[in-house]
Every structure is written in structure tokens, then in C-alpha cells.
Design a protein around this ligand. Structure first.
Ligand code: 3HC
Length: 279
């Protein structure tokens, strides 16, 4: 797997493109238009500069030169592996899978970085569901070492082995294997915890600062749950909670009203400058 395609150059897509290029791959990123393509490039460039400053990378240019951004899905015809990292909107992802299936070669692998949508629903949009697999990265992608690998009931064993080996041996990540249920392993555990913290803030039980301090100073988490929700994005947190609630119908997955109101208000966390904190 050398020619890698990434659908979407947002936080996750840019991170995935960066690690694939840093591992020596030829990377193509799909963006909507020239403005968002510019933003995706800027995101990647910022992170590469940070990696150089942190002493993790010798030269930013080498990796940056291996990343191209396009606005045409047809350019993905020669990709060995395509990782979809579009927004968490099922219809949008399904549309990409249907189109990609007709564009790439029969040997190409189609992966999704979805946080919570059952992968089989995306695989079902293709003529060859055996080549569709979940490959779920964690934010910030260049820093966090984990990739969750999700096989559907129809994923070919060879495809699973291929992407696991790519994540481990080429990208240098650690992998865990999850069944194809909403949230997989990590978000099924993480999201109820974040929602519990939001409910705590909503009820006035404790202040935002004290809830976060409780988990950083008391449990050695690198950031508290409300700052983490801001970092993930409150819209993404809400979308994952909705998928989990739809799948399991358990109250601890139900998004609290405060989360919905903040998303309605456009307070999406770090990326918009407003969330539980101001950035
Ligand atoms: N490339 C490579 N390395 C980088 C880098 C980059 N672009 N940017 C930073 N680093 C390195 C730094 O050099 C440092 O390495 P060191 O520990 O060896 O010195 C390390 O990464 C940490 O960087 P910083 O010191 O700049 O930052 P902090 O110490 O403040 O940590 C953080 C920031 C990594 C974001 C940390 O707070 C953290 O891990 N937070 C939790 C994040 C988390 O839980 N993410 C998961 C979200 S859930 C998810 O993504 C799933 C999705 O579906 C929602």
C-alpha cells in the first residue's frame, strides 16, 4: 500500500494524510473546493512544523511534497488504499463509498475512519463489501499511537490483515480489533464519560474547571473531559452520541440538552474558538 487516498482534509483527514506521508506514502487528499483545500494544506503544514520543532521529524518539506490535494474524486483511480474521513453524516459517506467503488481498481481497499457509524452500512453501498474495513485513528493522529481496526460481517480476512499490517508496520501504530458496533471499543467507553461530565456541568453540580481538574489531577488524564470534548469537537461528540443512542437505546448514550444547544449555537469547541472554554 503505497498510493494512499484520504477523503477530507479536516482534523482527522489531515492527520491521517500527514502520518501516511511521513511513512513514505504518496498521498492524495480530496477537498470540496480550493478554499478548503488551502485550509487542509495549512493544517498539515502547521502540524509538520510542530513535529520538526518537537524533534520528531527531520524535514517538513519531504512529507509535505508527498501530499497532493484535489477536488476531483476521479483522481483516486490509482489509489491502493482510500481512507474516508468525511464528516460524520451517513448519507455523505455512503455517497463516497458508492462512487469510490466504481472509480478505484478491484484490488484497492476502501476504509472508513468513521467514529461511530456501523461500517457494514457503508460497505453495503459498494458492489464488493469484502474490501471495506474500518480504520479508526485518534486525535491528534500524529501523536496518538492507536488505530482501531473494524471488520464487518463481510470484510475479507486478507483485507483485514493488509490494513492491520499497514497500520502497524508502515505507520508504526498499535492496533486493536473491534466488532462492527456503533462506537467500536474506544468511543463506546469514552463518549458516555464525556456526556456524564457535560451533564455534571449542565446541572451546576460542579464548575467546568473543577470537573476537568478532577480528572487531570485526580486520575492523571492528559486533559479533562470538557476540554477533550472541545478538542474532539462538540458536533462530532454529539454525532457519536446520537449513533450510540440509536444503536443501543441506553440512557447513558443520550446527548444532554446542553450539548445540543451548544452545537445549535455554533459553539463547536476548539475549532470555532468557543466551547466549554474560549480559545
Ligand atoms: N507530530 C509528532 N509529534 C508531535 C506533534 C506532531 N505534529 N505535535 C506534538 N507532538 C508530540 C510532542 O513532541 C510531545 O512528545 P513527547 O511527549 O515525546 O515530548 C507529545 O506529542 C505531546 O505534545 P505537546 O507536549 O505539544 O502537547 P501536550 O503534552 O499538551 O499534549 C495532547 C497534547 C497530545 C493532545 C494530550 O493532551 C492528549 O493526549 N490529550 C488527550 C487526547 C485524546 O484523548 N484524544 C482522543 C480523542 S477521541 C478520538 O480521537 C476518537 C474520535 O473518533 C472522536
Amino acid at each position: 500500500m503505497y498510493r494512499i487516498g484520504v477523503i477530507g482534509g479536516g482534523t482527522m483527514g489531515a492527520g491521517i494524510a500527514e502520518v501516511a506521508a511521513r511513512a513514505g506514502g504518496d498521498v492524495l487528499v480530496l477537498e470540496r473546493d480550493t478554499d478548503t483545500a488551502y485550509l487542509a494544506r495549512a493544517r498539515i503544514a502547521r502540524s509538520l512544523t510542530r513535529a520538526v520543532e518537537a524533534g520528531k521529524l527531520a524535514r517538513a518539506d519531504d512529507a509535505a511534497d508527498r501530499i497532493a490535494v484535489t477536488t476531483s474524486l476521479d483522481d483516486f483511480a490509482d489509489r491502493d488504499l482510500v481512507i474516508e474521513a468525511a464528516p460524520e453524516i451517513e448519507e455523505l459517506k455512503i455517497e463516497f463509498f458508492t462512487k469510490l467503488d466504481a472509480i478505484v481498481t478491484p484490488e484497492a481497499v476502501l476504509a472508513t475512519n468513521t467514529s461511530s457509524i456501523p461500517v457494514i452500512r457503508l460497505a453495503g453501498a459498494t458492489a464488493n463489501p469484502g474490501r471495506v474495513v474500518g480504520v479508526h485513528f485518534f486525535n491528534p493522529v500524529p501523536v496518538l499511537p492507536l488505530v482501531e481496526i473494524v471488520a464487518t460481517l463481510k470484510t475479507d480476512r486478507a483485507v483485514l490483515d493488509k490494513v492491520t499490517s499497514y497500520a502497524r508496520d508502515v505507520l508504526g501504530k498499535r492496533t486493536i480489533e473491534s466488532k462492527d458496533q456503533a462506537g467500536f471499543i474506544v468511543n463506546a467507553l469514552l463518549i458516555p464519560y464525556l456526556l456524564a461530565a457535560i451533564r455534571m456541568a449542565e446541572s451546576g453540580f460542579a464548575s467546568i474547571a473543577d470537573i476537568d481538574e478532577g480528572m487531570t489531577a485526580g486520575c492523571a488524564h492528559p486533559m479533562g473531559p470538557l476540554r477533550l470534548a472541545d478538542t474532539i469537537g462538540l458536533d462530532v461528540t454529539l454525532a457519536i452520541a446520537e449513533s450510540l443512542y440509536q444503536e443501543f437505546r441506553e440512557p447513558h448514550y443520550a446527548p444532554p440538552p446542553l450539548l445540543r444547544r451548544m452545537v445549535d449555537a455554533g459553539y463547536l469547541g476548539r475549532k470555532t474558538g468557543h466551547g466549554f472554554y474560549t480559545y
